[in-house]
Design a protein around this ligand. Structure first.
Ligand code: C5P
Length: 298
């Protein structure tokens, strides 16, 4: 008697960041694209809430109450007056603290898995509300596909995608703290006039047409200078991917994973091989986008 949910990673095709708000968050125009790297969350009845984790970075995942998956289970249980007596197992394939929303994926996965296991059958709107309370990227992990996130990224509008995009992700050694990257963004932009974040029409149209060349020309990440400032070696990874034939290279979200858009599957494989051989990353993975959101497997 257990439920397994598969949840995708994301890349930000556009991450436009506004000035820090009074609450410390930043208004965003965040074009999320779900990609085919997945975590799986399995919920099984247990005596009390318990977390386990497997995967290449499992030792870096906190297994206490601070874990977003545990907080998701507690949030749902609290609303429905259910005991959060569940064992959550996280089979992690998404890089940890990598800028690909792995923690958010686990939260969305835990929520959907517990909802099915406990038979709470929360309406989708309520699940999305809980997701938004848990973190800015969690609602997108639930819905997947492609979406424009505004506010702090939690208010979503689904976007049309007219084809399959081929991506390569270079996984770095060690993670980067998202709050630290935003703080570095604040430091780098101090005293400057940070414009209101606005979604790029060129980018939305490239997505809708499935045009990789146009998408490559429109990809932007306002957190990239901050991530590069904290981790200057990422510039070498970006350069290695470009030299290997990527149409574009950028930091994924707050990093340190770097993302490379390829024109086709063959080029993606070649770029991944070159990146791995370059010694500028731990490993490189190929995948496609868009990918579906949180999906119950069993
Ligand atoms: O929402 P979430 O908990 O994932 O955000 C993690 C951190 O990232 C926040 O504490 C904040 O420092 C930063 N952040 C931000 N503006 C956003 C989203 C996140 O400053 N829109």
């Amino acid at each position: 008697m257990s439920v397994t949910v598969r949840v995708p990673a994301k890349v930000n095709a556009q991450l436009a960041v506004g000035a820090a708000r009074p609450d410390g968050f930043h208004d965003l125009a965040n074009v999320f694209l779900a990609v085919g790297l997945y975590d799986e969350v399995t919920a099984t009845p247990a005596a009390s809430l318990r977390l386990t984790c497997t995967g290449p970075d499992a030792d870096q995942v906190p297994l206490d109450e601070s874990n977003l998956a545990a907080r998701a289970a507690r949030a749902l249980a609290g609303r429905y007056g259910v005991e959060p007596a569940v064992h959550l197992h996280l089979a992690k394939d998404i890089p940890v603290a990598g800028g690909m929303a792995g923690g958010s994926a686990d939260a969305a996965g835990a929520l959907v898995a517990c909802d099915a296991l406990w038979g709470t059958h929360a309406p989708r709107e309520e699940l999305l509300e809980i997701c938004a309370e848990l973190g800015s990227d969690v609602p997108f992990s639930l819905v997947g596909g492609a979406a424009l996130g505004t506010g702090r990224g939690e208010r979503l509008r689904p976007l049309e995608v007219g084809g399959t995009f081929h991506w390569v992700f270079a996984v770095a050694d060690g993670g980067l703290s998202t709050p630290a990257v935003y703080r570095e963004f604040d430091r780098l932009t101090e005293g400057t006039d940070v414009p209101e974040p606005v979604a790029s029409d060129a980018l939305l149209s490239a997505l809708a047409k499935g045009d990789a060349t146009a998408l490559a020309a429109a990809l932007t990440n306002d957190l990239q200078p901050a991530a590069l400032s904290l981790r200057p070696a990422l510039a070498d990874t970006l350069a290695a991917g470009r030299e290997a034939g990527a149409l574009a290279a950028l930091v994924s979200g707050s990093g340190p994973t770097t993302a490379f858009l390829a024109p086709d599957a063959e080029t993606a494989t070649r770029v991944a091989r070159s990146l791995t051989a370059s010694g500028t990353c731990r490993t490189a993975r190929t995948t496609t986008a868009p990918a579906p959101g949180a999906t119950v497997l069993s």
